[in-house]
Design a binder for this molecule. Structure first.
Ligand code: GLA
Length: 385
């Protein structure tokens, strides 16, 4: 990204003057899917792909939003922010601005231009990337950078939950804000304690495979899965008090499983509890540089998301199956919310080219359109550049 050029384009659009530039990454989750909102452990990392933004403060209450990825430009007043379907991508920044103001932080007018190189709708958290970008802009422009990262994470999650209406957990916003180059983060979504783990996968590469089946959280069954987990929790709570499903061990769960009548609710709960255990095992495997074990856990996780949580679908299952059938691939799984979007695979460095060709071919033949593959590195969290 040529930043000087980007700033020029900003000035062409909004006029000359001082411009500040920010970057906010996308993320992948290595393992721990659909358990952030159940108080579980997740293991995401921030990527080098992300959203760039130029901004200039204004002395009035006007917010002007433009993107190089979409034609839609929007102009709104800070004191009249509301979710509007026609406002498309700008609802995310609007939501962040709304909750920054509501939380008592200083906010003034702004002219903003963004450009993202995250494939849109791929489930790599372009929305969290954009939210944190705008939160960090407000933090630096009007609040001397004094607002903690965790607070920016919570405000961004709130914007998505209550302004846009997607009941996502905290993982994406957290990973985007706190990411570190070459590191994965083990985050306990209950206590929000976290630590970094070296992403030392030796002779392997993390290949991101985009099914190109768009995954819109809003359209998906994401909120339905959350409700199903809440249902399981409320039944279990009649017999055993827990704050969230991830507080149960598998043995603890098996004692109460019989009280849940519907099979699909039992399946959801079982996925959550076993996935939580897998995250800790994956973390241990990564720390011991046991990449083979990590790959096995990827496969188990995918199978559970397919059979018990039912959030994969034909495209993700096809790409993961094609991936693990290839020489040099020791594991693959869907990542993010599912129902489309991306999967990840651990592939021996020397086999990567061949892997991409073969999986691409099989996918195209079975699904009828092309998948995309990315070899992006692991990068730092949201920052001014
Ligand atoms: C989406 C949500 C996250 C998380 C994942 C599934 O990415 O935004 O909070 O629930 O799905 O693990």
């Amino acid at each position: 990204m040529d930043i000087a050029n980007f700033k020029d384009r900003f000035c062409k659009l909004y006029g000359d003057g001082e411009v500040r530039t920010f970057f906010s990454p996308s993320r992948v989750n290595l393992i721990g899917e659909h358990i952030d909102y159940n108080g579980g452990y997740v293991l995401p990392c921030a990527l080098e792909m992300g959203t760039f933004g130029c901004v200039r403060g204004r002395s009035d209450r006007k917010i002007r939003l433009a993107s190089e990825n979409f034609d839609l430009k929007v102009e709104v007043n800070i004191d009249e922010l509301e979710y509007e379907v026609d406002h498309g991508w700008t609802n995310y920044p609007k939501g962040v601005i709304y909750y920054m103001k509501e939380s008592g932080y200083k906010v003034s007018g702004m002219d903003i231009l963004v450009y993202g190189n995250i494939p849109n709708g791929a489930g790599l958290s372009s929305s969290a990337s954009l939210e944190l970008l705008v939160a960090e802009m407000i933090n630096n422009l009007f609040n001397d950078g004094d607002i903690s990262k965790l607070e920016l994470v919570k405000i961004s999650q709130r914007a998505e939950n209550d302004f846009v209406g997607v009941k996502c957990g905290i993982m994406d916003q957290f990973a985007v804000a706190m990411g570190r180059v070459y590191k994965a983060m083990l985050l306990d979504c209950d206590s929000l304690k976290y630590r970094y783990i070296n992403m030392n996968i030796k002779d392997y590469k993390l290949v991101i495979m985009n099914t190109k089946k768009r995954r819109e959280l809003n359209d998906s069954k994401y909120n339905e899965r959350r409700d199903e987990c809440e249902k399981a929790l409320s039944i279990i709570n009649k017999y055993k008090y827990i704050d969230n499903l991830c507080q149960l061990s598998l043995d603890g769960y098996l004692e109460v499983e019989k009280y849940i009548d519907e099979e699909y609710i039992r399946n959801r709960a079982r996925h959550v509890i076993c996935e939580n255990q897998r995250v800790l095992k994956a973390c241990e495997a990564l720390e011991n540089e046991d990449i083979f074990q990590l790959g096995q856990l990827f496969i188990e996780s995918h199978n559970s998301l397919r059979d018990l949580y039912e959030v994969t679908g034909m495209e993700l299952d096809t790409i993961v199956q094609a991936a693990i059938a290839q020489k040099g691939c020791i594991g693959a799984r869907m990542t993010g919310a599912g129902f489309g979007g991306c999967a990840i695979a651990l592939v021996e460095k020397k086999s990567v080219d061949n892997f991409i060709n073969r999986v691409g071919e099989i996918y195209n033949r079975k699904i009828g359109y092309k998948a995309e593959f990315y070899l992006t590195g692991i990068g730092d969290g949201t920052r001014e550049i």
